[in-house]
Write a protein that binds this ligand. Structure first.
Ligand code: PHE
Ligand code: FE
Length: 289
């Protein structure tokens, strides 16, 4: 994703918008094999865990086939569905650059792939997290609109110095969101579906809280980046998420929340609509992206 501490000038070799050529033919057989290994292990467990729109995106965008996807080919399939494009970047990019790309329906993805010793954890998003995790839902027309609106909202948040609030919304939806599917909960957050451990933990473990999504509540909630989440927020549908965020003018909300205390990651409030109250028994370890 984005990072405020990233340098402000693109590194040499990158364009002014921070994109770089993917150079797909330069990937080694070992790099493609790493993709295949990650793909096999996630598709094996996600079938009945991920939201149907995610599984459908994998299929229609031809992501679930051997080898690291070629972004040009991927963008052709995606463009035909929702008008989105995928471009490579060297690593984390400044927030404003990231938001501007989203607002223009461009998803920027890491080019590199993790090495075998990083299979479960790596500090920066790689091509597996970015493409397998994020891109399938960009084939869903409603989610595709949400991501564009988020980019526009992100640019606007910078004018209010409210980036942190909006980053929390991204974290608890795009990265770590759960969604209702009839009587069940399903996964849709990219940080979950690209991690084997968290794909199981987020749905099945007794430890984390699962709380119905509430915009204000989410924007007040701190999050942890070094372990599985202690709380997941559950949306009713992508339509509902898009409608709530579009219909709300965030400017007064930012001001109101400035005078409201933050909420710690494991806290349950008595105003929460609790779906599962976690016992927070999960021993602190690590989580992959
Ligand atoms: N409605 C938000 C605003 O007024 C913009 C936004 C839309 C933010 C969708 C996130 C997601 O700033
Ligand atoms: Fe991500």
């Amino acid at each position: 994703m984005n990072d405020a501490s990233a340098p402000l000038q693109p590194p040499s070799g990158a364009a002014a918008d921070w994109t770089i050529p993917q150079r797909w033919s330069d990937y080694s057989p070992a790099e493609h094999a790493m993709w295949d290994r990650l793909l096999a292990r996630q598709t094996e467990i996600l079938g009945d865990r991920a939201v149907p729109a995610f599984m459908n995106g994998l299929e229609v965008l031809r992501i679930a086939k051997p080898g690291i996807p070629d972004f040009a080919e991927l963008s052709e399939h995606l463009g035909a569905r929702t008008g989105w494009t995928v471009k490579a970047v060297p690593g984390l990019v400044p927030d404003e650059v990231f938001f501007r790309h989203l607002a223009n329906r461009t998803f920027v993805a890491g080019r590199f792939i993790r090495t075998p010793d990083q299979i479960d954890y790596l500090p920066e998003p790689d091509v597996f997290h970015d493409v397998f995790g994020h891109v399938p839902l960009l084939a869903d027309p409603v989610f595709a609109d949400y991501m564009q609106a988020y980019g526009e909202g992100g640019l606007r948040s910078l004018e209010f110095g409210a980036l942190e609030r909006l980053a929390r919304l991204y974290w608890y939806t795009v990265e770590f969101g759960l969604i209702r599917d009839g009587a069940n909960l399903k996964l849709y957050g990219a940080g979950i579906v690209s991690s084997r451990g968290e794909s199981i933990f987020a749905l099945d473990d007794f430890s984390p809280n699962r709380i119905a999504f509430d915009l204000r509540r989410v924007m007040r909630s701190r999050y942890r980046i070094d372990d599985y989440q202690q709380t997941y927020f559950v949306i009713d549908s992508f339509d509902d998420l898009l409608r709530q965020t579009l219909e709300t003018d965030f400017a007064p909300l930012y001001r109101e929340l400035d005078a409201t205390p933050d909420i710690e990651p494991a806290t349950v409030l008595n105003t929460d609509r609790v779906i599962h109250r976690g016992d927070q028994d999960h021993p602190s370890a690590f989580a992959g992206v």
